[in-house]
Structure formats: C-alpha cells, structure tokens
Design a protein around this ligand. Structure first.
Ligand code: CAA
Ligand code: FAD
Length: 379
C-alpha cells in the first residue's frame, strides 16, 4: 500500500535511501563488530540536515514534518539500526522536549546547536531501580540559592557516551514520588558529571549506551526544563513521540531483512530450482509483506496524528508494540529463509535479528506499550 506522500516526503525517502546504501550499509557490519560509536555517520547526518530535521528553521532545524522524519529513521534503519537510534534519540528525546517545553533562553543556548547538528543530545530517565517504573527516581536535584545540585546514576543511556547535551530527570520532592520529578538540561563538561560503563550489547552495538554518574553536579537554575515537579509528564509526553521514532526504526529493520530475503530466495537453488518456487516459502513472504505494510500503516498514522497536533499516545504505543513485534518475527524468518548462511556474518540478516530485539525493550517494553494502550482505551 502507498501512503499519499508529499513531494518533500518522497524526496527525503530517496535522499536517505541513497545515503544509507552509499554510506551506512557498507560499514554497518564493522560498527556491529567493533561496537564503536560511528562518528563519521553522525557527521553525515549533520551534513544532510537530519539532526534536528523536524525542528523549525528559526531554531536551526530543517523544518521537516514528522512523517518525513519517520521516513528518514525508517530508511536509515534498513541497513544501520545503530545510526537509526542515534538519530531518533537525538531528535525525539533531546531536541523535541527543549523545543516543546523550553523557554527562549534554553532554545537559543541548547536547541539551536542541537538542531544544527553541532551538538549531540541524549535523554536520561532510566536508573538501576527505575526502568519500566520510571517514576521511581533515585537521582536527586536539590535547590541551593540560584543553583541545582544533582546526585545519582543513570543507566542504559543512548548516545550517552558521545553526547554534549543531556535531558536529565531527577527527584526534586521525594515525598511526592512521580509528582515530584523535574527535568534538567545538563552539559557534558559540567564538573562532577562522569560517563561510566559503556554497555557491550547484543545489537545496535555502536550507539554508545552509557551509564551517567552525577556527583554533586551544580547547574544554574536556568537549566530547569519546564516547571518544577512537572518533569514526569515531560518525560512521558516526550516518550510518546520517541516511541514513533523507535517504531520507525523497527519498521526499517524489518524492511531491510525482507528486502535481503527476497533477493536471496530468488537466487538460492535447492532441489533443482530457486527456493522462491516452493509454496511454503511463498506463504512465508506473503505473511512477512502483509505484516510489514500493517506496521507501516500504524507507524505513519501515528506520525500524522502527531503532525496534526492530536493526542498521539495511543497511536504511538500501538505503532511501537506492533512494529517491534513484527520486526522480531520478520528478522527471525529472514534468517530461517537464508538457512545456514543466515546464521553467519556473511549476510546482514543475522545482525538485523539481533538489532530488532531492542525495539521490543527500549522506550517502554512491549508490556508497557500494552499498559499504555489499555489505559488509553479505558480512561
Ligand atoms: N503524557 C503526559 N502525561 C501523561 C502521559 C502522557 N503520555 N501518560 C500519563 N501521564 C500523566 C498521568 O495523567 C499522571 O498524571 P496525574 O498524576 O496528574 O494524574 C502522571 O502522568 C503519571 O501517570 P501514571 O500514573 O500512568 O504513571 P505510572 O507511574 O503508573 O507509569 C508508565 C506509567 C506508562 C508505566 C510509565 O512509567 C512508562 O512509560 N514507563 C516506561 C518507561 C520508559 O518508556 N522508559 C524509556 C526510557 S527512554 C529510552 O528507552 C530511549 C531509547 O531507548 C532510545
Ligand atoms: P524492567 O522494568 O525491570 O522490566 C523487566 C521485565 O518486566 C520486562 O519484560 C518488563 O516488560 C516487565 N515488567 C515490568 N513491569 C511490568 C508490569 N507492571 N507489568 C508487566 N510486565 C512488567 N533509558 C533512557 O532513559 N534513555 C535512553 O536513551 C535509553 N536507551 C536504552 C538503550 C538500550 C540499548 C537499552 C537496553 C535500554 C535503554 N534505556 C534507555 C532503558 C530502557 O528504556 C529500559 O531498559 C526499559 O524501559 C525497561 O526497563 P528495565 O530494563 O529496567 O526492565
């Protein structure tokens, strides 16, 4: 099925597809093997105005719409899911909350360099004891005159090892629980802020997933994002958008695995004919294609809802739940249809299957998406 894409959306599809085929696909395996953060890819994202692409031009962005952004994440994730999530975390989780909740000073100081791609962003909510239960924050921020003092540890932060600007959540009124959380903007070079362990992961191995340590980090009061004690809502609203980005990443991974499989089954011969001639294989690709298009409909629909300023929490959760589910299923089937070769690093589908798994976990696990969907239905 074809969504009625605008001229610009089609152009962005074409440009990001070419960029991915030419620049990202050839080094995707190397990034996977070394686990190194792909600085050269981030430079390319900057050159193509993709970092901050959906932020208005007046703040340094490219002024693209949300569907264009989703298409870019999808295309890039077809062959490099590491670069896909670097882009998604930067745009959805770092640029967007400053654009939406920031004041003029914060937009000028932090959003403009992020949206121009001069600086990289990250979003730090998760802690050792606050994963799905994100409201259970242990990191604290204490007001001291016109400053805040931050103490605590965040884990699993995408771009964490490479970012310049971090959106950090901390408890500002412990006794209020999730109603006593605030959001802060913290710069990397602030004294007391250290990057801890970089995770050695199953997939998206180059995304610099880091532990962040805050040891008496002093920041000016101007770095409070939004209102004091309203940070949990900022986190959840930001994640509504972020989940559309991850759904697009899942869709892209699934599409990449599907495309590789179609090529393979046409050329691989067994029993004297291409394996594509076997009905059981034809049925499998029919199922894959149908689920891929169903996922695309959900993902694009969520992006359109966001673009038109409707509440998109339900659509984002459904898109993320379904697209990540089928990304896992399609990549698993892609490996199966490649037989033993699919289990080796000679073929991209092995990496794609490992990359797909994270889309069921981060930005809220599948179980959390179902909770959000049910809560939206029953409210
Ligand atoms: N937008 C704004 N406000 C919202 C909201 C939304 N989407 N959803 C709920 N709220 C409000 C509620 O109305 C409520 O407000 P009141 O107290 O005024 O009534 C408040 O927020 C708290 O809501 P809940 O009571 O529903 O909160 P909860 O503690 O039960 O948690 C949850 C809800 C959905 C489970 C939430 O904790 C959650 O989403 N957990 C998953 C965490 C997550 O997704 N982490 C991702 C980290 S980032 C990441 O992973 C990035 C990456 O990989 C690249
Ligand atoms: P847990 O919350 O401990 O969940 C364990 C299991 O229990 C899951 O299956 C879960 O679904 C289930 N479960 C928990 N509660 C319930 C319930 N109420 N009902 C049913 N089942 C439940 N965080 C950030 O803040 N920023 C980032 O940039 C970021 N990037 C990440 C990148 C990677 C590679 C990874 C692995 C994680 C990242 N995260 C990030 C953290 C991620 O969002 C969390 O890992 C995720 O939300 C799950 O939390 P948890 O790992 O603590 O699992």
């Amino acid at each position: 099925m074809e969504f009625q894409l605008t001229k610009l959306q089609k152009l962005i599809r074409k440009a990001t597809r070419e960029l991915t085929e030419k620049e990202f696909k050839p080094i995707a395996q190397e990034i996977d093997e070394t686990g190194n953060f792909p600085k050269e890819n981030v430079e390319k994202l900057k050159k193509y105005n993709l970092l901050g692409m959906n932020i208005p031009k007046e703040y340094g962005g490219a002024g693209a719409d949300d569907l264009s952004y989703v298409i870019a994440v999808e295309e890039i994730s077809r062959y490099c899911a590491t670069t896909g999530v670097i882009l998604s975390a930067h745009n959805s989780l770092a640029c967007w909350p400053i654009y939406y909740y920031g004041n003029d000073y914060q937009k000028e100081k932090f959003l403009v360099p992020l949206a121009k791609g001069e600086k990289l962003g990250a979003f730090a909510l998760t802690e050792p004891n606050a994963g799905s239960d994100a409201g259970n924050q242990s990191t604290t921020a204490i007001k001291d005159g016109n400053k805040w003092i931050i103490n605590g540890t965040k884990i699993f932060i995408t771009n964490g090892g490479a970012a310049d600007i971090y959106i950090v959540f901390a408890s500002t009124k412990k006794e209020l629980g999730a109603k006593g959380i605030s959001a802060f903007i913290i710069e990397r070079n602030t004294p007391g802020f250290k990057i801890g362990k970089i995770e050695n992961k199953m997939g998206i191995r180059g995304s610099a997933t880091a532990e962040l340590i805050f040891d008496n980090v002093i920041i000016p009061e101007e770095n409070l994002l939004g209102k004091e004690n309203k940070g949990f809502k900022i986190a959840l609203k930001t994640l509504d958008g972020g989940r559309i980005g991850i759904a697009a990443q899942a869709l892209g991974i699934a599409q990449g695995a599907f495309d590789e499989t179609i090529k393979y089954i046409k050329q691989r011969e067994q029993f004297g004919r291409p394996i594509a001639k076997f009905q059981s294989i034809q049925f499998t690709i029919a199922e894959m294609k149908t689920k891929l298009e169903a996922a695309r409909t959900l993902v694009y629909n969520a992006a359109l809802k966001k673009m038109n300023y409707h509440d998109y929490s339900l659509e984002a959760a459904m898109a993320k739940y379904y697209a990540s589910d089928i990304a896992m299923e399609i990549t698993r089937k892609a490996v199966q249809l490649h037989g033993g070769y699919g289990y080796t690093k000679e073929y991209d589908v092995e990496r794609m299957m490992r990359d797909a798994k994270i889309t069921e976990i981060y930005e809220g696990t599948t179980e959390i998406q179902k909770m959000v969907i049910a809560a939206n239905i029953l409210k």
